[in-house]
Write a protein that binds this ligand. Structure first.
Ligand code: SAH
Length: 363
């Protein structure tokens, strides 16, 4: 399928790889291609800022570069450490990205799809359903913008996490096209790029064969099939044993760190037995566990585990020999935290069943 058919739009300047750009500029001297490619990606300039290019050439390229991604709104947390951007795409679809400043680094969380088809009930994006795939250019532009934004504040964008709206491995080719561009032309090390997935195994297998050693994060949330089938419905197609085997093969091939995301849901996946099941899987893979109390979303009735329960769960994991951290909850005041990205879309509550509360297991 062509990009046009799948994303419903013609390619933008940022969708073109270097060869396609060279074709587009056929007849121009070769150094022009270098100037444009380096200017857009390594230097992160906009076409307007590329004053080394002749005006006529810029004018010719302008229609390809304009209006593909426009800022519809921005919001910042009170301390400005988290900034969310709502993007309007050329066809009106909306997606969000989030720039987060930490003491020693700045990270942008980007979207790979408008909406998501994975239907995890506790996630605002999943509640809203799938709209369409993003193109390579639409993913890359989110990063270029964040880098400029960070730079304007005297910060250097060092990390990119594919943890915004959508399932990156359900849009594999374009996500990987973006990774290649970021790693190659933009100059971000693959070691500073993290792909997060619900566990689409064919996608993880493809990643295993790619040359770029990116970090893999798996949204686990449950460590037995019965509960995971309910929380992360794709588990019915790709169950836990196969997921673990596929992660192991990835680690062997890449030597990168694996992390598991675990949103703690009160009375659902925060019991002592859950910690034990999770520890058994995480230890076997040497995986790091990121705990995050479930963030509220409009379409999900159950709340996050209260702070004391989160700390207890983390302690339990550590006592079982697992490297676990509680993720600082970024951006909840601006609906920019994990699972809250919905680009203003209302949830479709009929899709979302309340989770089954489990009986507590003995400690
Ligand atoms: N589809 C991919 C990429 C999105 S990453 C994936 O699921 O991995 C977004 C992360 O936030 C995932 O780990 C997701 O499970 C988590 N998440 C979703 N809803 C959440 C919520 N309400 N509270 C906390 N984390 C949530």
């Amino acid at each position: 399928m062509t990009d046009r058919e799948e994303t419903g739009r013609a390619a933008s300047l940022y969708d073109l790889d270097r060869d396609a750009l060279a074709d587009l500029l056929a007849g121009e001297p070769a150094y022009r291609i270098d100037q444009l490619w380096t200017g857009l990606y390594a230097q992160g300039r906009t076409l307007d800022d590329l004053s080394t290019l002749p005006k006529t050439l810029r004018a010719r390229l302008a229609p390809l570069a304009e209006g593909r991604l426009t800022v519809a709104a921005t919001s910042a947390s009170e301390d400005r450490s988290t900034v969310k951007t709502l993007w309007r795409l050329a066809d009106g679809a909306l997606v969000e990205s989030v720039l987060m400043h930490y003491r020693d680094r700045s990270t942008v969380c980007v979207s790979t799809q408008a909406g998501c088809a994975m239907a995890c009930g506790f996630c605002a994006t999943g509640q809203a359903g799938f709209t369409r795939h993003l193109s390579v250019g639409e993913i890359v532009e989110q990063v270029l913008y964040a880098r400029r934004d960070a730079g304007a504040g005297g910060r250097r964008l060092s990390n990119v996490v594919f943890m915004g709206m959508g399932e990156p491995l359900a849009n594999y080719d374009r996500t990987w096209g973006a990774i290649r561009r970021l790693h190659g032309a933009v100059g971000l090390s693959a070691r500073h790029l993290t792909v997060s997935t619900v566990g689409i195994l064919p996608g993880i297998r493809r990643m295993t064969a790619e040359p770029e050693p990116v970090n893999l994060a798996v949204s686990l949330h449950a460590a037995n099939d019965e509960l995971r089938d309910e929380l992360v419905p794709i588990n019915r197609r790709y169950p836990l044993d196969d997921l673990v085997d596929t992660c192991r093969a990835y680690l062997r091939a890449k030597g990168r760190r694996l992390s598991f995301e675990w949103a703690l849901i009160d009375g659902v996946n925060d019991r002592a037995g859950d910690a034990r099941e999770l520890a058994a899987i995480a230890r076997g893979l040497g995986a790091h566990v990121n705990l995050i109390p479930l963030n509220p979303t409009p379409g999900y009735p159950t709340r996050g585990t209260p702070p004391a329960g989160v700390a207890a769960f983390a302690d339990r994991l550590r006592a079982l020999g697992v490297n676990a951290t509680v993720r600082r909850n970024r951006g909840t005041d601006i609906d920019a935290a994990c699972g809250q990205l919905a680009a203003g879309a209302p949830p479709r509550p009929q899709q979302v069943a309340p989770p089954t509360r489990r009986r507590p297991t003995p400690a």
